[in-house]
Design a protein around this ligand. Structure first.
Ligand code: PEP
Length: 249
């Protein structure tokens, strides 16, 4: 029922020239993928990427969106600006935004509501630190992050929402949660969504990705787990061959 979704998060990498080279290689490599394939690119590359992937099976994503329609918010980007360039997905609440740029559960929620209102599909990131995992508070923390991010989202909108479970200790570190750990933690999030909405909504509408050092070597094991509907891929999305192997796990 839930189509797998693999999304690349390029972060602050790739100039327009790099974008052209990477997508030229990537487009034929993922042409026959069964999973939905998304590239979330820096703002300056959205137009180029959008033109290049038109007519292919790669979807376009951005790395953030502001909650206001427009106005005096220097350095931010609006949903209309993204939509005009063909953006379909937007990453919201990545741990790097939370850690370095003051993103909170409240601002995440405001961005999610704006994305959905405007017709963008949010990829909402949640995740715990190593300390929170080891002390055991991660379960309550993830449930709270999920509930706060989804406040005001209707059950009809859940099929447009993707949650990315990203343990912070596994992002860019080469450490991956074991497939079982990732699966069990995603089940905690899905159960919370079932409690907040309904079992059917959580089972059939909502897709939950794993993110954190997912790569061509561990993708198939992670994707074989019943709760894991996809991946949010950082480092491995910067090389066409690696990313295509994850997309076709
Ligand atoms: C990410 O930034 O979302 C991520 C999962 O990064 P990496 O794959 O490099 O750990």
């Amino acid at each position: 029922m839930r189509q797998p979704i693999i999304a690349g998060n390029w972060k602050m990498n790739n100039t327009i020239k790099d974008t052209k080279a990477l997508l030229t290689d990537l487009i034929p490599l993922v042409a026959d993928s069964k999973a939905e394939c998304v590239v979330c690119v820096p703002y300056t590359n959205i137009q180029t990427a959008g033109e290049m992937i038109k007519g292919t099976n790669i979807k376009l994503g951005a790395e953030n969106v502001h909650w206001a329609d427009k106005g005096a918010f220097t350095g931010e980007i609006s949903a209309d600006m993204l939509l005009e360039l063909g953006v379909e997905y937007v990453i919201i609440g990545h741990s790097e935004r939370r850690q370095y740029f003051g993103e909170t559960d409240e601002t995440v929620n405001k961005r999610v509501l704006q994305a959905l209102k405007k017709g963008l599909k949010p990829i909402i990131c949640v995740g715990e630190s190593l300390e929170e995992r080891e002390s055991g508070v991660y379960k309550t923390l993830l449930e709270a992050q999920t509930e706060k991010a989804l406040a005001g989202v209707t059950s009809d909108e859940l099929d447009k929402v993707v949650i990315a479970y990203e343990p912070i200790w596994a992002i860019g570190t080469g450490k991956t949660a074991t497939a079982q750990e990732a699966n069990d933690t995603i089940a905690i999030i899905r159960n919370k969504v079932a409690e907040l909405y309904c079992k059917n909504c959580a089972q059939n509408k909502l897709r939950i990705q794993y993110g954190g050092s997912m790569n061509p070597k561990n993708a198939s094991e992670l994707m074989a787990m019943p709760e894991i509907d996809g991946g949010l891929i950082g480092g491995a999305s910067l090389k066409a061959e690696d990313f295509s192997k994850v997309v076709k796990y």
